[in-house]
Design a protein around this ligand. Structure first.
Ligand code: NAP
Ligand code: MG
Length: 496
């Protein structure tokens, strides 16, 4: 019998008010139930928001460095449990164990970085145009923030949001993806152990429409931080807009690696394989397009196909496995449907393009690493986020053509260029329309000390991580202190 887990509300583990539950499954062996979780509704969300609002009043008074230091404890506990968390992650959503360890490590890195932010937490001090007057900014908490997260980075993304949100003096209500509630629950247990006061952290598991949506609508939630698909993001932005609620969105991508004819092709193929098939292509930054100068496209295709066919596929807990399953049956169907779409559009299927049912894979959601050649930029496989192990190779005539194709989607998360020409590299850095650009590396591999996020259809102007992490979760207050002892009118008294 699988263990039953509860919501965490106001410092207590509680069953959902309506009593319904759901299961989290292992996508590599769908008969394995990871756990049974509360299928929460608006009633549970309301309890969580009330608990958060009442706890936040005291939490905001705790000095920021002290709030920061608690994250060092979180980091230590996460380090102690890194392997346990990574194994749970592989079982719950399928990414291979090395990548799962990396996911936990991103959370640890973020804890240490944001902990230090507690002793910076800079404002501005600027001169006044008047005598005996002082001008500065201070950061203030927003209040109760709702965090809605996807399943593909089930530890890292909740950490990216919770850590800065808590440092800034907010109380949080976390609604994790329905595919990864166990990872979220174990993470919340670590925060509890680190000593966060009751009510400051609340966890409400369940489905997006039932448990996520009430967070958007609850008047007690001052801000929403969302990472997920662009479709859901658009709905969330609209709902938050109606309620004049602050909202930050990290959405989909259709990232590309541009390959110039002077590139080191060995390096290109290493990057394309890792960027395209890592996490079975289920990364917002996955290198799902390969934009290649015509003179080298044949060679790139051949080498890519050979390497894709050699990838070891299976249960990500086995150390030799390089590509795990996709997360669930819907995702498997979706990925497969894009194979049909690509074929119908006239792209050449070079390898893969099928559900794997071989020995040992039959009871999981495994899809063959797939490469399409002769893809044209307007095709759906070149425009839409597939979120699976499917890479489209798009031939181009020149550098300018490559940049135009790279920029020619609705998304703007991550773009890369491989070239040995430094002038071309810097021109690309300037012209690529994306929040993140790589030179001679694939579109994945962000480090938490730089801002992370996208432009165009990937987001609404916010950046997570780096020095910008705290912007999303704090309000700026401008403060003027007049110590002259008489009324001074700016723009007037000093202009006579
Ligand atoms: P998703 O389907 O958009 O779901 C994300 C979260 O939103 C889940 O917790 C989901 O709950 C919830 N949700 C769904 N409908 C909702 C509603 N009506 N109201 C409130 N919440 C709702 O995305 P996903 O499939 O989990 O993740 C994959 C997507 O995330 C991809 O598009 C990927 O590019 C994107 N992503 C972006 C970044 C980035 O930083 N830019 C990073 C990682 C992933 P359920 O789980 O119950 O559906
Ligand atoms: Mg699962």
């Amino acid at each position: 019998m699988a263990e039953t887990f509860r919501n965490y509300i106001g410092g207590e583990w509680r069953a959902a008010v309506k009593g319904a539950t759901f299961e989290s499954l292992n996508p590599a062996h769908t008969g394995e139930v990871i756990g049974v979780f509360q299928r929460s509704t608006a009633e549970d969300v309301a309890l969580a928001v009330e608990a958060a609002a009442s706890a936040q009043r005291a939490w905001r008074e705790v000095p920021v460095p002290e709030r920061g230091e608690m994250l060092y404890t979180v980091a230590r506990l996460m380090e102690e449990r890194k392997e346990e968390l990574a194994q749970l992650m592989t079982r719950e959503m399928g990414k291979v164990i090395k990548e799962a360890r990396g996911d936990v490590q991103e959370g640890i890195d973020m804890a240490k970085y944001i902990a230090g932010e507690g002793r910076r937490y800079f404002g501005q001090t600027v001169p006044s145009e008047l005598r005996d007057k002082f001008c500065m900014t201070v950061r203030q908490p927003i209040g109760v923030v709702g965090l809605i997260t996807p399943w593909n980075f089930p530890i890292a993304i909740p950490c990216w949001k919770m850590m800065p949100a808590l440092l800034c003096g907010n109380a949080v209500v976390l609604k994790p993806a329905e595919d990864t509630p166990a990872c979220a629950t174990r993470l919340v247990e670590i925060f509890i152990e680190a000593g966060y006061p009751k009510g400051v952290i609340n966890l409400v598991t369940g489905y997006g429409e039932e448990a996520g949506q009430p967070l958007l609508e609850h008047p007690g939630v001052a801000a929403i931080s969302f990472t997920g698909s662009s479709d859901v993001g658009r709905f969330i932005a609209a709902t938050c807009g109606q309620n004049l609620k602050r909202v930050s969105l990290e959405l989909g991508g259709k990232n590309a690696i541009v390959v110039m004819d002077d590139a080191d092709l060995e390096l290109v193929i290493d990057g394309a394989i890792w960027g395209g098939f890592g996490t079975a292509g289920q990364r917002c930054t996955a290198s799902s397009r390969l934009i290649v100068e015509k003179s080298v496209v044949r060679e790139v295709e051949e080498r890519l196909v050979a390497r894709a066919e050699a990838l070891k596929i299976g249960d990500g807990l086995r150390p030799e496995v390089e590509v795990g399953p996709v997360v669930n049956s819907d995702q498997l169907r979706r990925v497969d449907s894009y194979t049909a779409i690509g074929r119908d559009e006239g792209a050449r299927l070079l390898t893969g393009g099928r559900v794997l049912t071989e020995e040992g894979l039959g009871d999981g959601y495994f899809y063959a690493p797939t490469v399409f050649g002769s893809v044209e930029p307007h095709m759906r496989v070149a425009q839409e986020e597939i979120f699976g192990p499917t890479v489209s190779v798009i031939p181009v005539d020149s550098f300018d053509h490559a940049i135009e194709v790279a920029n020619g989607t609705q998304y703007g998360l991550s773009l890369a260029i491989y070239t040995r020409d430094v002038n071309r590299a810097f021109r690309a850095i300037n012209r690529l329309e994306a929040g993140i650009v790589y030179v001679n590396a694939p579109t994945i591999g962000a480090e938490i000390q730089l801002p992370f996020g996208g432009i165009k259809g990937t987001g609404n102007g916010h950046r997570e991580a780096g020095s910008t992490a705290i912007d999303q979760f704090s309000e700026i207050k401008s403060v003027f202190v007049d110590y002259s002892g008489h009324l001074q009118r700016a723009q007037i008294d000093n202009r006579e």
